[in-house]
Design a protein around this ligand. Structure first.
Ligand code: FES
Ligand SMILES: [Fe+2]
Length: 380
């Protein structure tokens, strides 16, 4: 049954302004994904999240055997000459600007100017800092009101570290608004574009559930994805081996991210990092479960770890192929919108309408947050 979007329609009109959706800002009070863990090495990393330049850095571990280090996120702009701090380097738990060597601590305070004379004081400036967490293989950042960070749930992808799941991922970098990407992901009727790359067919919408932070669409579909024998993996690559069977297909917009479950064995996430009104970065993360192998738990943990690690990113090429086809469509949509923003096509897909309503609702929920820097410099 398709339910009305009651929460969104109370006190608002159900019809969204499509032009407003295509230009919608993000709700800053959510956790966004700004990097994959392996991208952040011992060097600082510059990222952009909704017009904000941010530098990430790992504290140098005092204990070399520590397998997790503390990550910090600061405004990527040196208060001295405004250059990017991501060009600099990490010194202990501080970040050093490459130009004149000023150093900043994790609170954003300037704690060292190498050429200061004894009569001069450190400048009174403080960089903006961001709540940041490293979890499930990715770096999650909260760009909104700092005191709200602990109250907003971080979606997470628990399969990343789960011994029974094999992960693959690829990046999406598209010159289009994030609404085009989430609509593409929630649109189950564009299988034609992907041909042999797509693992399911014939979706029939069973139910849509709506909530102030998510849209869940449930489909009955068919799929050849069932990994219960070693040779069944071959179906992913060899069309002649495929046999369609009925399966569930669930897709969810868990604002601002996306997740999908196909049958029991496959799960896909898309982790969003909107850059601007016309550029979106994201990570598409795909998991295959080995849970259907009944004797799995009898195998030694070391062997299971070896299998998980050896098969990591085995499906990356497949994902990249899908992404390339989708990006072409999304960028076409963006260009068509830019040239004629008033033109609007008919929409038969109820899920897409719910997604647009959720984007609009989240914009209205977002607190205006100054993009201005917090820094205030007083002459020493
Ligand atoms: S520009 Fe950063 S220290 Fe001078
Ligand atoms: Fe697609």
């Amino acid at each position: 049954m398709v339910q009305p979007f009651s929460i969104l329609t109370s006190g608002q009109t159900a019809a969204v302004s499509l032009e407003a959706v295509r230009r919608a800002p993000i709700n800053l009070n959510h956790w966004y994904v700004v990097a994959q863990s392996s991208e952040l090495t011992d060097k600082p990393l510059g990222v952009v999240l909704w017009h904000q330049r941010i530098v990430l850095y790992r504290e140098q571990a005092r204990d070399a055997s520590a397998n997790q280090t503390v990550v910090h996120a600061l405004e990527d702009r040196c208060p001295h000459r405004q250059v990017r701090l991501s060009h600099g380097q990490v010194q202990g738990n501080q970040l050093e600007c490459v130009y004149h060597g000023w150093q900043f601590d994790p609170t954003g305070a300037c704690v060292d100017v190498p050429y200061l004379s004894k009569k001069q004081k450190l400048p009174n400036c403080r960089l903006r800092t961001y709540p940041v967490k490293e979890q499930d293989g990715f770096i999650w950042l909260f760009p909104g009101e700092v005191d709200q960070a602990d109250t907003v749930p971080l979606m997470g992808i628990p399969e990343w570290d789960h011994i029974n799941y094999i992960a693959s991922y690829t990046t999406i970098d598209t010159r289009s608004h994030f609404s085009f990407l989430i609509e593409n992901l929630m649109d189950m009727y564009h299988g034609r574009l992907h041909d042999d790359l797509q693992a399911w067919a014939n979706p029939v919408l069973r139910e849509i559930e709506t909530h102030p932070t998510r849209v869940d669409a449930h489909y009955d579909a068919e799929s050849y994805y069932k990994i219960d024998k070693i040779y069944s993996v071959g179906q992913l690559f060899i069309p002649a081996m495929r046999q369609l069977r009925p399966t569930n297909l669930d897709v969810s917009y868990v604002y601002p991210h996306w997740q999908s479950v196909l049958g029991k064995d496959f799960k896909i996430y898309c982790l969003f990092c909107p850059v601007s009104e016309t550029q979106t970065k994201a990570y598409l993360v795909h998991f295959v479960s080995l849970g259907a192998f009944h004797r799995l738990h009898k195998l030694p943990m070391r062997f299971r770890r070896f299998v998980k690690n050896s098969l990591f990113n085995a499906a990356r090429g497949l994902l990249a192929g899908l992404v390339e086809q989708d990006v072409l469509m999304m960028e076409d949509e963006q260009q068509a919108f830019d040239s004629m923003p008033h033109r609007k096509g008919p929409e038969f897909n109820q899920t897409i309408i719910k997604v647009q309503q959720l984007i609009e609702y989240q914009v209205n929920q977002s607190q205006p947050y100054s993009l201005q820097s917090n820094m205030a410099i007083k002459s020493p």
